[in-house]
Design a protein around this ligand. Structure first.
Ligand code: BTN
Length: 275
């Protein structure tokens, strides 16, 4: 059990160690901030910024998720955004591949930190543990810095969901809740950053192993799902994720490739997770 400040905040030594031992070149740390992604989008406009740059907060007060979603935070959560050079072409599904690759990085970091966890990727930007959301990923660009990418990650670490609003507590979890002890936030962050460096490099060289892994870890495969993309709702049997990052859904009219939308599962035939 981690009792000290390291379970809830970052100190100068932690930040120095992150700069020394990971691919991060520049770090900005906030004890409290509204949204690390909002700050990173602004900061990305500085052409002199050495990349990757990290915006890190001990406490985020207005975290954003996809669309109009909000990201609940409490002390002990890991909330950060990376500013990166664009690593993929800007085709319409590149953000999907980046989100899925970041999901794989979080998956591998969690396996290292707590071997044996039951982890799955929920297309397109969530990581689940034991059927509950533990991590959300938000990929954005700044219109004024289109050659750069902002990758925001919220990972529930020492923030027990017992203290969360009931709607969040019903569907989410944290590392402390599943492991029963606290983690050092800078150790968790270092694991995630090292995995991100490795997996994003693999994405930049179009390594086909990534697509095999997100297909293997897709927790929606074999489930009847609904993908709501606003004007278009697709209902059918999920067949996983293809190499472009699209979700494959078999409908009575044939196979559909979904590139955006919110997924809900229909029926509760089996728990939605993969070991
Ligand atoms: C989602 O679940 O839709 C994505 C949630 C992403 C939350 C992270 S926390 C750090 C970064 N800053 C934000 O405002 N959002 C992302």
């Amino acid at each position: 059990m981690k009792h000290g400040a390291g379970a809830f905040s970052f100190g100068e030594r932690d930040l120095e160690q992150i700069r020394r031992t990971t691919f991060v070149q520049t770090v900005e740390h906030h004890q409290e901030i509204e949204s690390t992604n909002t700050r990173a989008i602004r900061w990305a406009e500085d052409p002199a910024l050495a990349l990757p740059a990290l915006v890190l907060s001990d406490m985020q007060t207005g975290g954003r998720g996809r669309g109009t979603n909000r990201w609940w935070s409490a002390p002990g959560a890991l909330t950060f955004s990376l500013i990166l050079p664009r690593i993929t072409s800007s085709d319409e599904s590149s953000w999907l591949r980046i989100s899925l690759t970041a999901g794989l990085a979080v998956y591998d970091a969690l396996q290292q930190l707590r071997p044996g966890l039951q982890i799955g990727l929920k297309w397109p930007n969530d990581v689940f543990v034991q059927c509950r959301k533990i991590c959300g990923i938000l990929t954005e660009t700044s219109p004024r810095a289109p050659a750069r990418l902002v990758l925001g990650i919220g990972l529930n670490v020492n923030n027990s969901l017992a203290a969360a609003p009931s709607a969040v507590a019903a569907t989410a979890t944290s590392l402390v809740d599943v492991a029963g002890y606290r983690f050092d936030l800078s150790v968790v962050l270092t694991h995630v950053l090292r995995q991100l460096a490795e997996q994003l490099a693999a994405l930049a060289r179009a390594d086909t192993a990534l697509a095999s892994r997100w297909q293997e870890l897709c927790m929606l495969t074999g489930h009847h799902i609904q993908v709501d993309a606003g004007q278009r709702v697709t209902v059918g049997l999920c067949q996983g994720i293809d190499e472009s990052g699209a979700l494959l859904v078999d409908t009575p009219a044939g196979r559909e490739l979904c590139r955006s939308g919110v997924v809900t599962t229909r029926g509760q035939e089996e728990p939605v997770h993969r070991a």
